[in-house]
Ligand binder design. Structure first.
Ligand code: DX5
Ligand code: ZN
Length: 216
């Protein structure tokens, strides 16, 4: 069974509590929170204050995807407001190893993310440090983009590395996922599917969540 992480980037920001409750009712595994700084990506979204407020209204684990430069400066802030998993882009800091240790220091699960153009070899020396690898299947910054198909090969190559080395690492895939392409993404090796527009722009979010969760 695939795990599902709705991205609230595509939710109604004026009603975030309601939007989180809407997906909570269907047993989602995480709430995916996209933090953007207008530097690492060309968009600005939300920060620790929003997460702190949401933490009070739900117990679903928070999967915080940091698309910010110098992430190491803000890890304490995100860990202290209730992030359960913090994912950092390997392209966002030249000290990724140190940044990952910083996350672990707060007892929070840690992930590393790769942009579509970044090869897997970029993270091979830090795989033993992470709980999760986030494969970006769109260029980060916006919801509603099309899935980049070359990501499938990257997902299956990563799965192979994980199995060969017996690593305890989950593969999360983020960007352009919908009910039409989710099966092949899971088949390639994804454990966790992030979906923003497919869930929040749907007339029936519950149906989509159920379909995604049923994929083996
Ligand atoms: C994009 C974000 C994604 C985004 C996915 O930079 O990291 O999490 O919300 O949105 P969809 O599912 O619409 O591609
Ligand atoms: Zn994301």
């Amino acid at each position: 069974m695939a795990k599902v992480a709705p991205s609230i980037l595509s939710a109604d920001f004026a009603n975030l509590e309601k939007e989180v409750k809407k997906v909570e009712a269907f047993g989602v595994d995480f709430i995916h929170i996209d933090v953007m700084d207008g530097h690492f990506v060309p968009n600005i979204t939300m920060g620790p204050c929003v997460i702190e407020s949401l933490r009070k209204v739900t117990s679903i684990p928070f999967d915080v995807h940091l698309m910010i430069e110098k992430p190491e400066k803000y890890i304490k802030d995100f860990a202290s407001v209730g992030a359960d998993l913090i994912t950092i882009h390997c392209e966002a800091t030249c000290h990724i190893h140190r940044a990952l240790q910083e996350v672990k220091k707060y007892g929070v699960k840690v992930g590393v993310a790769l942009n579509p153009a970044t090869p897997l070899c970029f993270i091979e020396n830090i795989l033993e440090e992470v709980d999760l690898v986030l494969i970006m299947s769109v260029n980060p910054g916006f919801g509603g983009q099309n899935f980049i198909r070359s990501s499938l090969k990257k997902i299956s190559s990563l799965k192979k590395i994980i199995l060969e080395n017996n690593y305890n690492i989950k593969i999360e895939v983020d960007g352009g996922i919908n009910e039409n392409n989710a099966v092949e993404i899971v088949k390639a090796g994804a454990d966790i599917l992030v979906a923003g527009s497919a869930i929040y722009k749907s007339e029936n979010p519950g149906d989509i969540i159920k379909k995604l969760k049923m994929i083996n």
